[in-house]
Design a protein around this ligand. Structure first.
Ligand SMILES: *Cc1c(COP(=O)(O)O)cnc(C)c1O
Length: 475
């Protein structure tokens, strides 16, 4: 065997050393970034030099410069937004994915990438309780999974009206109406917008006290809509409460009215992988399409999302790409027929590695463990002086609010105090939470989906919040 080029080896060695040092720092470093915007710009926004530089030197310098500008979301005390870490096997597989540098568009340009994706897709459907015959695509995240699924939906609901979308496009097509709730994620609207379906075509239906769509409201809306094209977007895991729509009640209603049902299950669909939490997604397998993430709860490195479509022909018709120069092997699965991208990363490797590292039991344990930690965090944060528990997690998301101590404090004072506490905890560096506006009031969101989060991390985060509340916050 020829020795590898010296510069390649040294660059990879430098990356390996920086990586191991970074992972070792996670338990002690500030969770929030410590570098300021100005510092980061001053070091990087410089003219590109005429001469190049040795790879190893670039990696060492970049690692040192990036370090204080990273948020330690790879570690166990990051509870902001909905963000996972990277399992060791998934992380290492992701490195190899870059080494192999496979184009996962076609079986012909990477047999390994194409087939490992088939394995990952089959395992995911099995774990998530989805129909085994569903088509799937490994995309960049749940946002693009929505685009992928809703492109199939758009094709199918227009096809049912005798409209050939691929030939005639959207101009002059029968109007499509989307029925959903006010609690949907913003990525739904953006996916629809990219597909030529604007905000005026989205109808928000009445929800219950947990922001779940009311079956009676859906029934009435679809009855009034008649046989025109309709898509219903439901949620498995709402972003604030983590609430689940009542799939067993809602999906049969939508089906009876021939509406396509799409489910946003960015993190919540993973409840299906846990016997303890599976009841939340009862009936979800009756939907037409499902979107979820790999980079959140499965703890695969960014970017990784999954789109599933019950009717393979709908996805294939929406996505397939043919060109004279591409090599289609009819026996194999070509990702380009199901994905919106052409050339693309071999995302199957990291997903396959994550699923193998955990196994079926490990995935269930991950879901259960994160949910228990979320419950403990929300409960104990809610018991701190001045704190108010707004929502105890159904799964792994909850809400807490902080009240201003002044007598006669207003809602605006409490809102300000809540944002101050969120900011002060982040500034202290021990833990990281983010805020939201829920029912018109500011709240701190708690989300747990990192494989590394331990009971000790939960204790440390609660202690950090307690310290912040003891200190004098500005008025
Ligand atoms: C995160 C999230 C999305 C968007 O997913 P990305 O992976 O960021 O594209 C959509 N819906 C919900 C409920 C989410 O939590």
């Amino acid at each position: 065997m020829e020795p590898v080029r010296d510069d390649s080896r040294r660059a990879l060695q430098a990356a390996f050393e920086a990586a191991v040092a970074y992972l070792a720092s996670l338990n002690g470093r500030s969770v929030a970034a410590t570098a300021s915007l100005d510092q980061l710009r001053a070091q990087w926004l410089v003219p590109l030099s005429e001469a190049g530089a040795p790879p190893e030197q670039i990696i060492r310098e970049m690692a040192a410069q990036a370090d204080p500008g990273t948020v330690a979301s790879a570690g166990g005390r990051f509870f902001g937004w909905v963000i996972g870490g990277s399992l060791p096997a998934a992380l290492a597989a992701d490195w190899l994915t870059s080494v192999w540098d496979q184009n996962a568009a076609l079986f012909a340009c990477s047999p390994a990438a194409a087939v490992i994706e088939e394995a990952a897709g089959a395992w995911l459907k099995d774990l998530l309780g989805l129909p085994s015959e569903a088509a799937f695509a490994l995309v960049t995240g749940c946002q693009m999974a929505h685009v992928t699924c809703l492109a199939a939906a758009r094709h199918a609901v227009l096809d049912a009206q005798g409209w050939d979308l691929a030939k005639s496009g959207l101009f002059g097509a029968p109007a499509i109406t989307v029925f959903t709730s006010g609690a949907r994620h913003a990525t739904t609207d953006r996916a629809l917008r990219l597909l030529g379906i604007g905000a005026a075509s989205i109808r928000l239906l009445e929800t219950d006290e947990q922001d779940r769509l009311r079956p009676a409201a859906l029934e009435a809306a679809l009855r009034g809509h008649g046989p025109k094209p309709a898509i219903v977007v439901l949620q498995a895991g709402e972003i604030n409460l983590g609430a689940f729509d009542d799939f067993a009640a809602l999906i049969p209603i939508a089906r009876a009215h021939r509406a396509w049902v799409h489910v946003d299950g960015a993190f919540g669909l993973w409840a299906a992988a846990s016997p303890r939490h599976r009841q939340h997604v009862r009936g979800i397998e009756l939907a037409d399409s499902w979107a979820t993430d790999g980079h959140k709860w499965l703890n695969v490195p960014y970017d990784c999302g999954y789109a599933f479509v019950a009717r393979p022909d709908a996805l294939r018709c929406a996505m397939t790409a043919q060109a004279a120069y591409i090599t289609h092997d009819d026996l194999a699965r070509n990702p380009v027929d199901f994905n919106p991208e052409w050339s693309r990363r071999g995302r199957g490797f990291a997903t396959y590695a994550a699923l193998r590292q955990l196994g079926r039991t490990g995935v269930a344990e991950l879901i259960d463990r994160c949910s228990l930690h979320a419950q403990a965090l929300v409960r104990d944060l809610g018991r701190l002086p001045g704190a108010e528990l707004l929502w105890a997690p159904t799964l792994n998301q909850g809400l807490v609010r902080f009240l201003h101590p002044r007598l006669g404090a207003t809602e605006a004072d409490h809102d300000r105090r809540t944002d101050q506490v969120i900011g002060a905890i982040a500034a202290e560096g021990e833990a990281f939470f983010t805020g939201t506006t829920w029912r018109g009031r500011r709240a701190m969101r708690i989300s747990v989906c990192n494989w590394q989060t331990s009971a000790r991390d939960v204790e440390r985060a609660i202690a950090a919040a307690a310290r912040v509340l003891q200190n004098n916050l500005p008025d």
